[in-house]
Design a protein around this ligand. Sequence first.
Ligand code: GLC
Ligand code: MG
Length: 679
Amino acid sequence: MSLKKGEESCGVEMKEGVENAGFQEDSQAEEASPRRAAEPAVSAESCAAGEESYTQLRPYAGMPKEVLLLYSSQARYRVPREILFWLTVACTLALVALTVTVIVLSPPCLSWWQTTPVYQVYPRSFKDSDGDGVGDLRGIKEKLSHFQYLNIKAVWISPFYKSPMADFGYDVEDFRRVDPLFGTMEDFDNLLASMHSMGLKLIMDYIPNHTSDKHAWFQLSRNRTDYYSDFYIWVNCTEGIPPNNWVSVFGNSTWTYDPIRGQCYFHQFLKEQPDLNFRNPDVIKEMTDIIHFWLKKGVDGFRMDAIKHMLEATHLRNEPQVDPNQPPETVNTEFELYHDYTYTQVGLHDILRGWRVDLDEYSREPGRYRFMVTESYDYEEIEKTMMYYGTDFVKEADFPFNFYLLDLPEGLSGFRAKELVELWMSNMPKGKWPNWVVGNHDKPRMSDRAGEEYVKVINMLLLTLPGTPTTYYGEEIGMENVNVSVTQDPFGKFDPNNSRDPSRTPMQWSNSTNAGFSDSKNGTWLDIGPKYQTVNVEIQQGDPFSVLEQYRALNLIREREVALARGWLCYVWADNNVFAFLRELDGQDRAFLVVLNFGENAEMDLSVFKELPDRLTLHHSTLPNAPSSFPKSKITTSKGQGLLLEYSTSNRFHTDHAAQCYVSEKACYLSALDILYKC
Ligand code: GLC
Ligand code: MG
């Protein structure tokens, strides 16, 4: 760009310095205003004075370049300038180094499914919004504040797909529709939107093993319609003579003759729940599409139902009897056969791992991790359960449900509690995340089996162990099994002693009509529990030692105390009455001792542990009137009491007692900065 000498350039230059550059005058206006045109922004004199030496002026408005150079090379300007320059360089490097260090040293953040209990809603029984005596989606939406009150942020809702309800929703007629009994798809969308706006995650039940016999696929399959012909498992048989001795989970043969197709079809549950044929890739494709359908809607995860039943051997050999001498014709329950050919068959994990990949595709958005939990009862074969965690290289479920604590009431004691906790912790693959279940819609309620007086301490066990607790609706108020007048459960009709109805009765919200569950004048789908006047949410709210308030308080402590959320677990004591363990975090002085009484009044002496101080302070008790501190030589608890004691120490227990300690997602605490780091 050439620079011009002269008045014009000078005038323009100086004007730029004082005028608003954004202000534009049109030429007409300029002509019409001789006064302005005649008035230079600075006087002609001052302009003329600088004119000679002004050739290079333009880029250095205000000060001639030579002058600028003259000053800037002086030490008093140069030195600070250089200091500032190097300071900037040093700061930038330090910032980069700090960022890298923070990234390298930060422990992985816990995901949402690790930081909150999962609450199971059985939708028929949670809240009825339309007075038909059956719970529904709008009902759940009405009660979302209950989860907020309890500080629960993940809700698993048992199935609400379109269903003829032979197994109350676990027999799905259409995976892409909501059953009218529960509401509409719009109700679902509204529920999900409300939950998300409150920071709640929604986990769906996904039922891959079978559909309803009313499902269009089954109808097309029994007609041998091309694409669908092999969607189910069909074998040749003669009516009344099953092809082998396989028995269903719900009793009797797994085979039912279908006169339309002239063959037998296979069902591991009711005959109204034909098993899908997962050896057919089109079935996998269709079932995967359904996962995508709900992921696109925004659901946060799935509980995978009855997965160990998904594949069975094609050779159809008889399964071995548990008692070889039992007359084969009398074998009609699940527990009388070894299910070598019908449970946990090779190939099952490949299907689940494939679905995990699908979930991961939707997990990339920050905060939108899609969770997977599997349901499989493997009883004494715990290693089969652990397989669902996947391996270090191939991910599968975030965790398989841990059903082992369901057996806690059998021989309830401190020993028993430790044994079951240890069972999981010692079998869990390294680096995986534990979880704990004490009830669900298939099992009797804990309060019934263990005894009412142990409800609070069982909830405390759940909330103070490391890992994710699962709470079945009603457990937070200590609901009990109900002897219902009319059996609804299909399994209950086969085996009345094991009916699942008693633990599925309506949620007890208050002491008003139908326990505040429904406005129905014609009763509710299952009877309301007789104790609803005293065991309900409303009455327990505000009573600090109620089951509800205890649950809430412990869940808040669990969130607040990082040692409980992700610290070490170390067993310190187990006897007939008491199970006690420590929770501590490297680098943090505050640690906790959890003392849980599953027996009679008891005392415990922990003097042998030099890592513990002589006295421990009470942080929380499930029963009133606990002393404010305990000597470690004599920690007393009464029947069913839970204590959370706090102490301060710089000695780590786990370093001296590695064999009795576990940690998942290990992290250390740096008190100076109040942060966690990888260690
Ligand atoms: C699962 C469900 C149970 C259901 C069965 C068949 O075990 O929890 O309720 O009956 O699968 O779908
Ligand atoms: Mg209803």
